[in-house]
Design a protein around this ligand. Structure first.
Ligand code: ADP
Length: 395
């Protein structure tokens, strides 16, 4: 096939625990041809209907709906212009440390990692299986959320527990949000007019899930999420760091079961647990009305952020930029200002006027006097997955 006739479109599938997001990109010009989301998987409504707003039965049905939506727009999976399918996969363990061309053996490898990501990897696997059934001839690529953190040195990746026990159960810091970190690190370096290899960054990915990552010369050297995405920062519904003995205490004294505690820490904590709502916009609205719970949630959230900025400043030694990304990081000037307030001793000074300007492009919000740049960089995980997928599919 001549160069000009080679297909350039990549379908990116992000199969979450209760939703499937998709984007179709043309890598010839990185344009977005279609995007959408099928939500409320597993909440199917009456009479087994798969249409409308009733949700869908399972991930296989959701994938079939995605295929149907694309076909309805003349962009079906059978299109010869489709070059590859890229799948976001949450957990790659220690085995998958980069984008991987999917084979039966790779699917089996991702299946073996289900105990480490019981909510996410099964959904990812279903996405892969259905897409492979629909287009067995097409290259399909797995892009792992953990992969960017494979470079974290042992001193930061190891928990200080008995080594044999830890190794038997695969217990170590894996880290997540890797695809976002990879994209944002390069974009932040470009914003600074430097090569990624030249800059040290603290990347704060603050979405519903939230993580801090220390990036030295384009490479992750420490991150706040650990064995699972529960550790580290305060999140929408996750607690982030707690004393592990809280778990024993809740079991022994509170009489709670393992699953109940899991649900408490993952689904009923964070902003929701403290402030009554998981959305930072609503926390802001309630704070403005004098709601003390919302204020406390905000204060705990920014205190934890500040702690990690300090810790990762020490890990990196020299920081060129603190980079905010994802829903809260890109949109909440209040969080950015509060998290970095009083850090001029670390060379970090936010400019209140620049910080208040809203925008969708990458921008600096630090003061001229700030030794460390403070940047807001919109993340684009789908584009990063599409790039990785296309590069591997083309060979
Ligand atoms: P996900 O982690 O699900 O990909 P996002 O990165 O889209 O999530 O972040 C979603 C969160 O971003 C919302 O729950 C909300 O708290 C926050 N958010 C979005 N817009 C704003 C805003 N204008 N101000 C403050 N927070 C916002």
């Amino acid at each position: 096939m001549s160069e000009a006739a080679r297909p350039t479109r990549v379908l990116v599938l992000n199969s979450g625990s209760s939703s499937v997001k998709y984007q179709l990109l043309d890598m010839a010009d990185q344009s977005r041809l279609a995007s959408g989301v099928v939500e409320r998987i597993g909440e199917k409504g009456d009479a087994g209907r798969e249409g409308g707003d009733d949700g869908v039965a399972d991930h296989a049905a959701a994938l079939r709906r995605v295929a149907g939506e694309l076909a309805g727009r003349g962009l079906g999976l059978d299109s010869p212009e489709l070059a590859a399918v890229g799948h976001r996969v949450v957990h790659g363990g220690t085995r998958f440390t980069g984008p991987t061309l999917i084979t039966d053996e790779v699917v089996a490898g991702i299946e073996e990692l289900v105990p480490l990501a019981p909510l996410h990897n099964p959904a990812n696997i279903t996405g892969i299986k259905v897409a492979r059934e629909l287009r067995p001839d097409l290259p399909q690529v797995a892009v792992f959320d953990t992969a960017f953190h494979a470079t974290i040195p042992e001193a930061a990746a190891r928990y200080a527990i008995d080594t044999a026990t830890a190794d038997r159960h695969g217990i170590r810091r894996y880290g997540f949000h890797g695809t976002s970190n990879a994209y944002v690190s390069r974009a932040a370096a470009a914003l600074l007019g430097r090569e990624p290899s030249e800059v040290n960054l603290i990347v704060l990915h603050l979405g519903n899930g939230a993580s801090a990552t220390a990036v030295r010369g384009g490479v992750s050297v420490d991150t706040s999420m650990g064995l699972t995405p529960l550790e580290g920062l305060v999140m929408g519904t996750r607690s982030g760091d707690v004393d592990p003995a809280v778990v024993f205490h809740l079991a022994r004294v509170g009489g709670m079961g393992t699953d109940e505690i899991d649900t408490l820490l993952n689904k009923r904590s964070g902003l929701l647990g403290l402030g009554g709502v998981n959305d930072m916009r609503e926390i802001g609205r309630r704070m403005a009305e004098g709601d003390e719970r919302a204020q406390l949630a905000f204060d705990v959230y920014v205190h934890r952020l500040r702690r990690y900025v300090g810790a990762f400043t020490a890990v990196l030694g020299r920081v060129d930029a603190v980079v905010f990304t994802a829903g809260v990081g890109e949109n909440s000037a209040a969080v950015r200002a509060a998290a970095l307030a009083g850090l001029d001793g670390l060379g970090i000074v936010v400019d209140p006027v620049r910080n208040a300007v809203r925008g969708s492009a990458g921008r600096l919000v630090s003061a001229e006097s700030s030794r460390v740049a403070v940047a807001v960089v919109p993340t684009d995980e789908e584009l990063e997955i599409a790039r990785d997928t296309y590069a591997l599919a083309r060979g």
